[in-house]
Design a protein around this ligand. Sequence first.
Ligand code: SF4
Length: 292
Amino acid sequence: MDIEKERIAIERLKAFEPETEPYYLCYSGGKDSDVIRILAHLAGVKHEIHHNLTSVDVPETIRYVKSVPNVIIDIPHDRNGNRISMWSLIVKKGIPPTRIMRYCCSELKETGGKGRMKITGVRSAESLNRAKKAGMIKIIGKPKTVQKMAENIGADYEITQAGGLVMNMDNDENRRLVEHCYRTTSTMINPILDWTDADVWEFLQHYGCESNPLYQCGKRRIGCIGCPLQGFKGMKKDFIQYPKYKYLYIMAFERMLESHQKKEYSWKTGLDVFDWWTDSDRNQMTFDMFDT
Ligand code: SF4
C-alpha cells in the first residue's frame, strides 16, 4: 500500500475541513467512496456520509450502503418538493439517458450537499474526461465572481472547459478561497484524485473493507440498473437479472413519447425506445438529434 499517498490524502482532508460544520461525504457504495469514508475516519475530520437513491438502485448496493454505520440515505427532490426519479427525468428530458447524455447522474446523484463542503471519490484514473475536468479542489459557481475572488486572494487555479475552477496546490491562499466560496458554490475536495485502481484495492484490503459484493460478481463499476455507462451488454444483463425494471423503463419511455408528441421520434412505442436503447453502444454514441 502507498503509505505516502494515504498520508497526503489525510492531510488534504484536514487542511480543508470546514470550521463550523461537518463535511458532506458523497457515498455511492462503490470502492472509491469506501476509500474516502475510511480516510475521513482516519483523518478525524467531522463528516456526514450521504447516499442518494436514484429509483433504479441495485438492491445489492442498497443493502451494502445500509450496512455502513451512520449513513444518511437521501431521496432527491426538486425545488417544489416533488421527487426526482429516473422515470420523471426520462419524461422531462424527452430522451433516454445515454453515454453521452448522462443527465441522470448530475440530477440524481450529485445534487445533494448544496452550500456544503463536499468530499468525493473522484479519481483521474477512472476517466480521461474526469482527469481533464477535475482538480484536487473543484469549485463551480458564478464564473466571474469565483475567478475575481481567486485573483484577489492570490489562489493558484485553472479554469476547466465546463467553467469550473480547479486547484491542485493545497496552500494557504487556496484554503482561504475555499473558505470564502463553499457556501455559495458547489465546492468539492477530491483527496484521492491521483490514486490508481491498485492503490484503492490495496488500501481497502489493508483496512479490511470487503467492499460492495457486486465487485465479486464481476462488476467493474457500481452504477444503477440499466446504466448506459456499462455498455449495452451490461445493460442487457441487468434486465435479465432485474426484469421488473425492463417493464418500468418501457413504461417511462411510453410516457416520454406521450408528453413530447411534437418531437419527430422514429419510435412508436416504449418498447421501440427500449430496443433501440439496449441495442448497441454505437446507437447511443451517435445519438444527437434531440436537445436536452
Ligand atoms: S450511475 Fe448511470 S444510470 Fe445511475 S445516475 Fe449515473 S449515469 Fe445514470
